[in-house]
Each structure stands twice: as C-alpha cells, then as structure tokens.
Design a protein around this ligand. Structure first.
Ligand code: SAM
Ligand code: SF4
Ligand code: F3S
Length: 467
C-alpha cells in the first residue's frame, strides 16, 4: 500500500483521537489507562502502540486497576493456559466495574481474534465494553470513542488476512531495549499453532520504514534492538523490491550508533548460511540465535508440518557454530504432540543432549480449536506427558547450569539495563547472549560495560566491572 494511502486511512483515527482527547481534557482528571499484556514480544510491541494511541488521546497511565478509567487487556491464544489466565483477570474486574460503571474494560489481541473466545466474552462477560482483534488494533481510537459513548458494547473481531498500517504512534516503556517489528502474520501453519489464524497472512514492512524506525530508536537512546517477526527468515519473500532478511540485518547493523541488534524468531526451514554469515561478520549483531526445533523426531516433525528434519536441524546448528563458536543458542520444544511415542520423545531428549542449548522454552502440547493437531488422535495420558516434560526440563536445567558455570572467569560485554534494589548487586544487565548479569558495583544504566563473571546460579550470572 503506498504510504499516502496508508496515512489517509489513519485520518479517521486521528480525528477520533482528537475528540477523545477533548473529552479527557474536560474531565476533572484526564483518563487514566492501564494496559496489561500477555503473550509474546509481538503483543508487547502492539501494546506499545496502544499506549502511543492512548497518550495521543490525552490519557495518563497507571499500574493500578482501582485508579484506571480504561483497562485494556492484550491477550494471547497460543496455549489454553494463556486464555484461561486472561479469563481469570477479566473475571476479577467484575467488582471494579460495579464500583465504577463508567470505566471502560477492553479486551484485544490474539485471543480476542478467536471467534470462540470473543463469543464467550459476549455471552458470559457482560462487563467487558470493547473487544477487538489483532486486525483492528489501528482502529483503537474510533472503537474507544464509540465505547465511551456508552450506548452499546463494541465488538470488532472480523477475520482478515491482515494488512500493514504504518504511522501508528508508539510509547515505549523501556528506554534502552526496543522491539522493532519487521513483518506480521505467519504462513507456516504448523499443525499445533493458532498464530496464523489470529495474526493473518505473512506480510513484510518496507525496509525503508524499518530503517527509519531503527534510526529513531537509536537516536532516542535504544541500545538493544530486536527485529521481530514470527519467522523473520521469510522477511521479504513476497515483496520483490525488499531485501532478503540477511541483507536487512546488515543494513540495520550498518546504521551509525553504539547498539546491539537481535532478531526473533528464526524458523529452521528458512534459516541458513547467509543468515549466519551476516551475524558472524557484524560486531553489532548479537551472537545469539533462537531456533525452535519443536521435536527431535522426524515422524513428529512431519506431523507438525515443520518442513525440516532432525538431521537438517543439526546441520544448521553445526554450520552456525562453525562460524560463531561462542554462539548462544536457545530453542522451543513441545512434548506430548498427539501420538508422540516414547521412541519419538527419546529422539527429542537426545537432540537436547547433543545440541546443549543455552536455554530452552519447554511446552506440553495444548490443543487449540481450529489448529489441525486438535483433531488428531491423542492416546498418551496427560500424566505420561507430564513425566516426559519433567525429564526433559531436568536435563535442560543441568545443561543450563553447566553453560552458566562455563562463563565464570570470562569477561563479557554487558548492556546495563537497570539499577536493582539489591545492595550486593546494585546494577544489572544483559550479555550479547541475553543472559541476565547481576553486577557488584555501580555501573551507568544504558552503557555497555565489560564485566568479569565471578559466579552464577540457575537464573543469572554474577560479575564485577572488569579493570
Ligand atoms: N514463530 C515461532 C516459531 O515458529 O518458532 C514461535 C511462535 S509461538 C508464539 C512460540 C512457541 O509456542 C512455539 O515455538 C511452540 O513451541 C509453542 N507453541 C505454539 N503452539 C503451541 C501449542 N498448541 N501447544 C504448546 N506449545 C505451543
Ligand atoms: Fe506458529 Fe509455526 Fe508460524 Fe511459528 S512458524 S507462528 S509455530 S505456525
Ligand atoms: Fe504471540 Fe500469543 Fe499471539 S504467543 S502472536 S501473543 S497467540
């Protein structure tokens, strides 16, 4: 969509935003808003846009439900537990709404985009005033204005393939670290996953817009920038005029300024040597790769529709490590996919043993209505899945501890992200590999510092400023 058309589509939103701003200014106290975010970095990036729109509408912000005039719950649908948690939060707001009937409770994001979830809100959660899905995020000012009118509950959850709306205001809540979406949606349709149904088709932003945002982030003090997409390796695949992802990485890394560049998530079917070379050749690109493998069994990978084999995955890891011996590798894995046998699980277990990830995000398969795996026969009892899950996490805990211990005595470059309340370790930061480091000494927040690692526990490294 040409940029001028994109902007003209925002005209109605800008006008609605100005009207809400006037309503807010006419009150004894402007609207106080609270945005609560569940789910992944994509949702966090969306919440920064919601906050940006709220700020333009003249709202202040609060972290207290009791003080809030507008509460927005940005939801995740990836596992049943994520949705259950959100229903708990919404249910708990019933009393708040009774005490303050004029307040607006809004529910948005991935779960709100699911018809089953939206219907349950419509029928059972009458105190929710506004429900909008991922595709309607940019219409938030208009939707909020209607909800404030109070005549009716507002639902906007129509399915859509998705589009890109540039130019939305953004209010970041962290100064030194930043999310930078490069693409939206997903076309991979992994058999277990709801994301393609709630986020629409894969679409890439123009490189010029990404570079413009990156320049602004760097100028505003961001030192750790993460390029975001469900599968960043397919960036630009549908846009002949845009660079491929390794080139985009090089272009962003070539911008002036002292910053570190990360990206997530990479999909093994599209990752390869061009990506690893771009990483290896730029000191500004973090030597850190999140490469979800999901299962170590070729049979299960086939059922999951992942598009690679165990041996291909291991080849990728070997190629990446050959170019970057110190590379930090993290991953996602699902146990208990429908029909996973003990032998399939052993293949997953042995893959973890052989790759020795720095850390691993481990999940038990959660059936999602609409995703194909929800209708596959699933004979393995829950208790057995739990047993496999615990064996796997125990193995990874050992590996993570071993990896942490290996840092002791080394000096690492760390971005100091905040002060801590802990007198023994007054500052903390993140390494290139995204490990949390607690620092015994005073260090300037927002600066990169060389830190000598002196100790570790399961969750973090401890260190002191290197002399
Ligand atoms: N796009 C990324 C990719 O393909 O690796 C990940 C997206 S998803 C938001 C994050 C992780 O959630 C996935 O890598 C997968 O391990 C897990 N996940 C997704 N659907 C799931 C389900 N139905 N049950 C359990 N875990 C699931
Ligand atoms: Fe889900 Fe697969 Fe897309 Fe990742 S690549 S968001 S797991 S469908
Ligand atoms: Fe992310 Fe959850 Fe949506 S993981 S893309 S917020 S379903």
């Amino acid at each position: 969509m040409p940029a001028d058309t994109e902007n003209s589509r925002l005209d109605a939103q800008i006008a609605a935003s100005a009207r809400v701003r006037r309503i807010s200014a006419a009150r004894a106290r402007p609207f106080a808003a609270r945005v609560r975010t569940f789910g992944c970095q994509q949702n966090e990036a969306d919440s920064e846009r919601l906050r940006g729109m709220l700020a333009e509408m003249g709202c202040s912000f609060t972290e207290s439900d009791a003080e809030a005039d507008i509460i927005i719950i940005n939801t995740c649908a990836v596992r049943e537990h994520a949705e259950a948690k959100v229903f708990g939060v919404i249910g708990a707001l019933t009393h708040q709404k009774k005490a303050k009937p004029d307040m607006i409770i809004a529910v948005c994001g991935c779960a709100a985009q699911r018809p089953e979830f939206a219907e349950r809100l419509r029928v059972t959660y009458g105190h929710v005033d506004l429900v909008f899905g991922t595709h309607a995020l940019w219409r938030f000012p208009e939707l909020l204005e209607t909800a404030l009118g109070g005549a009716r509950r507002v639902f906007n959850t129509e399915p859509s393939d998705g589009e890109i709306i540039e130019g939305l205001p953004t209010l970041r809540d962290r100064k030194y670290t930043a999310w930078l979406p490069v693409m939206y949606g997903c076309d991979n349709f992994c058999a277990y996953c709801i994301v393609p149904y709630v986020r629409g088709r894969e679409r890439s932003r123009r490189a010029e817009n990404i570079l413009k945002d990156a320049r602004e982030l760097i100028a505003s003090g961001a030192r750790d920038i993460t390029l975001l997409g469900q599968n960043v390796n397919s960036y630009g695949n549908k846009s002949p005029n845009e660079p491929r992802f390794p080139q985009l990485l090089r272009d962003v890394a070539a911008l002036d300024g002292d910053f570190l560049l990360r990206f997530m998530t990479s999909h093994p079917k599209d990752a390869g040597e061009a990506l690893f070379r771009a990483m290896a050749n730029s000191p500004k690109i973090a030597k850190c790769l999140h490469l979800p493998f999901q299962s170590g069994s070729d049979r299960v990978l086939g059922l999951m529709n992942r598009g690679y084999t165990r041996s291909r995955y291991l080849e990728l890891i070997a190629a990446a490590r050959e170019l970057m011996p110190e590379l930090v590798i993290t991953s996602d894995v699902i146990v208990g996919f429908p029909g996973e046998t003990e032998a399939d699980f052993e293949e997953t277990y042995s893959l973890i043993e052989s790759v020795r990830f720095d850390s691993l995000f481990t999940f038990i398969h959660s059936p999602r209505a609409g995703a194909p795996s929800a209708s596959l026969p699933d004979p393995v009892p829950r208790a057995e899945k739990q047993r496999r899950f615990e064996r796997m996490t125990a193995l990874q805990d050992e590996i993570s501890a071993e990896r942490h211990r290996a840092y002791i005595g080394k000096t690492l470059r760390v971005l100091i992200t905040s002060e801590s309340g802990d007198a023994a370790y007054p500052a903390q930061g993140r390494t290139d590999g995204n490990r949390l480091v607690r620092i015994a000494g005073v260090a300037a927040v927002g600066e990169f510092c060389d830190i000598k690692i002196t100790g570790c526990n399961k969750w973090s490294l401890m260190g002191e400023i290197a002399v």
